[in-house]
Design a protein around this ligand. Structure first.
Ligand code: F6P
Length: 319
């Protein structure tokens, strides 16, 4: 019997549950047995592995977060801990694993691959920083969440003729700031790819108000600066009242949008099919409208392509 374990790892992302559900349904279709691993790699090491039934995944397609839980587990960088995880799986007679998570989670799975576990990675992270896919599960929903918040901030900024600095997540990747900046019509987008030019940001804010705008929105990726202190500098040097907002973990929660549910369902069905047919360890991706398969190590070696066209949009369409 084909036995497959499934876990979610890294920061949770909307749509992880839709992927878990689809994997269970797909396992039934392919006559495989699915085993749920609770609490990511830590759960694997601790042997928190249980058979998963159809009922376990009922009514979760629309739920945010992950019913399997996720744990940051730095110990999993250690080879001996990784080997223990592989042994645990084998003690359950399981040698196939689906990892739903981001790049860090897939790197965690590498040693399992070396230990003859067949692993398929499904990219799911609001950061969208997995190079092997155009979009990771959860990104679209997080963009929508950020855009709704920025739209609200614009209402109040416009009323008071203020500048708003909005920090979004993304870790080292600017996609969330870039997409939410474009979709909200924000004046200034600052990401790891654009770099941090404080004088340039302040100049842009001044220009926006010179053009008689009643507001200016600066969207910035986390970890680039202290946004509270940036807001104070903008206010001091531009003369316009400025407030800072950190969107934080609200961006991770919420019901997945239809795009993420469809993407999750397609990828999970593909992952189970790959494992059923023994096609080897891989990381899945969306390229255009196709679900594609990268050999596991190839996916880890890839670099993310810069979204030049999107950055050009921001520059050229600045009002
Ligand atoms: O990787 C997803 C993410 O939300 C990043 O955007 C952010 O930097 C990080 O996780 C936050 O991690 P934690 O939830 O452990 O604070």
């Amino acid at each position: 019997m084909c036995k497959i374990a499934i876990l979610t790892s890294g920061g949770d992302a909307p749509g992880m549950n839709a992927a878990i559900r689809a994997a269970q349904r797909s396992a039934l279709h392919h006559n495989c047995k699915l085993f749920a691993v609770q609490d990511a790699f830590k759960g694997l090491v601790d042997g928190k592995i249980r058979p998963f039934s159809r009922d376990d995944v009922a009514r979760i397609i629309n739920r945010g977060g992950t019913i399997l839980g996720s744990v940051r587990y730095p110990e999993f960088k250690r080879k001996d801990v990784q080997k223990l995880a592989a042994q645990r799986m084998k003690s359950f007679g399981i040698d196939k694993l689906i990892i739903i998570g981001g790049g860090g989670s897939f790197r965690g799975g590498r040693e399992l691959v070396n230990d003859d576990i067949e692993v398929v990675g499904i990219p799911a992270t609001i950061d969208n920083d997995v190079p092997s896919t155009d979009y990771a599960i959860g990104f679209h929903t997080a963009v929508n969440t950020a855009v709704q918040s920025i739209d609200r901030l614009r209402d109040t900024s416009d009323s008071h003729q203020r500048c708003s600095v909005v920090e979004v997540m993304g870790r080292d990747c600017g996609d969330l700031a870039l997409f939410s900046g474009i979709a909200s019509g924000s004046e200034i987008v600052v990401t790891p790819e654009t770099g941090y030019d404080e004088a340039g940001i302040i100049e842009n804010v001044k220009e926006a108000f010179k053009r008689n705008k009643r507001h200016a929105i600066v969207v910035i990726t986390e970890n680039m600066t202290d946004v509270g202190s940036l807001a104070r500098k903008i206010e001091d040097r531009s003369g316009f009242e400025t407030r800072a907002t950190v969107l934080g973990h609200v961006q991770r929660g919420g019901s997945p949008d239809a795009f993420d549910r469809v993407l999750a369902t397609r990828m999970a069905h593909q992952a189970v099919a790959n494992l059923k047919h023994g096609q080897g360890s891989a990381v899945l991706g969306l390229k255009g409208n196709d679900i594609i398969t990268h050999a596991f190590q190839d996916a880890l070696d890839m670099e993310k392509e810069p979204l030049d066209e999107h950055f050009t949009l921001i520059r050229e369409l600045k009002e």
